[in-house]
Design a binder for this molecule. Structure first.
Ligand code: PAF
Length: 285
């Protein structure tokens, strides 16, 4: 695996791959890789001949009181994992090459970003769309793959790519879960033993939501059931529980179209997110 730090070198390598007729799949990450990231890499590799992964802890997507300084950094371990997945190139840019002195350009997607995670983390998506736009311009992949745990992030990126005519296919990969069904996240490492135990309440609440939806339950009942299960975990603090249209992120009015149940829950300072697409209600019901 080649490890490349300079943006211009990555662009040259992608151009060479494409000249040779190889398609390029790209998985942007912030490192501290786990099985969730590896499944996105596997997905990129099934559809593309060459696979590029980036590791960059993007400072602009962290708020002032967030975990930029403590975000897990595991480069040596990450490189072993990427080599075992036979990734072709690791792109490892630094802050100077991504945000040089005088850097002044940001990408914002309106509408989708002022709800859910965007409400709790006001500058977060501006940082995400800016860095993803830059990475897509540098890497110029045919396909880029994002995880469905960050469902809103994937929706925002799809909208940016469409609105800005960026020539890339955005794919999403399913949520990968631990043995007890807690969604994999680099931030799970922050949880104490007791918090980690109680974190199963997120998945449990979403499974209950699915069951109520299957039994033709009302949106209000689904939301209430989620709230009750999360509140039964003493260390959990709800940030949001929302039932939304998965494309627009607007509050769902009924269950005739797709409805995403999306939740964010604090355990101490650690904020976990999870989501599930609820089964549609038929028009006869
Ligand atoms: O999902 C992430 O890890 C990050 O938000 C991303 C997409 C790599 C941008 O920094």
């Amino acid at each position: 695996m080649l490890v490349i730090k300079k943006p211009e070198e990555i662009s040259e390598l992608t151009a060479e791959f494409k000249k040779l007729g190889h398609s390029v799949g790209f998985v942007p990450t912030m490192g501290a890789l786990h099985a969730g990231h590896l499944s996105l890499i596997k997905q990129a590799k099934t559809n593309c001949e060459k696979c590029i992964v980036s590791i960059y802890i993007n400072p602009t997507q962290f708020g002032p009181d967030e975990d930029l300084e403590t975000y897990p950094r595991k480069l040596a371990k990450d490189i072993v994992l990427l080599e075992s997945e036979e990734v072709d190139i690791l792109f490892l840019p630094d802050n100077e090459s991504m945000y040089p002195e005088g850097y002044n350009t940001f990408v914002t997607v309106s509408g989708l970003t002022n709800v859910l995670c965007g409400k709790s983390r006001p500058e977060h998506f501006k940082g995400v769309t800016t860095i993803v736009c830059k990475l897509l311009n540098i890497v110029q992949p045919d396909t880029a793959v994002f995880g469905e745990k960050d469902f809103q992030q994937a929706a925002v990126i799809k909208k940016m790519v469409k609105d800005l005519n960026i020539p890339v296919i955005i794919e999403t990969g399913s949520i990968i879960r631990e043995a007890d069904n807690v969604a994999m996240s680099s931030r799970n490492k922050y949880l104490s033993t007791e918090e980690r135990k109680q974190a199963v309440c997120l998945y449990k609440s979403l499974q209950t939501a699915k069951k109520i939806a299957e039994d033709s339950g009302k949106l209000a009942d689904i939301k209430e059931a989620i709230r009750k299960i999360i509140n039964s975990a003493p260390l959990a603090n709800i940030d949001y529980i929302e039932l939304v249209d998965p494309c627009t992120m607007k509050t769902a009015e009924n269950r005739h179209g797709d409805v995403l149940a999306a939740i964010a829950v604090f355990f101490g300072k650690t904020r976990l997110i999870d989501n599930i697409l609820l089964p549609r209600q038929s028009h006869q019901e």
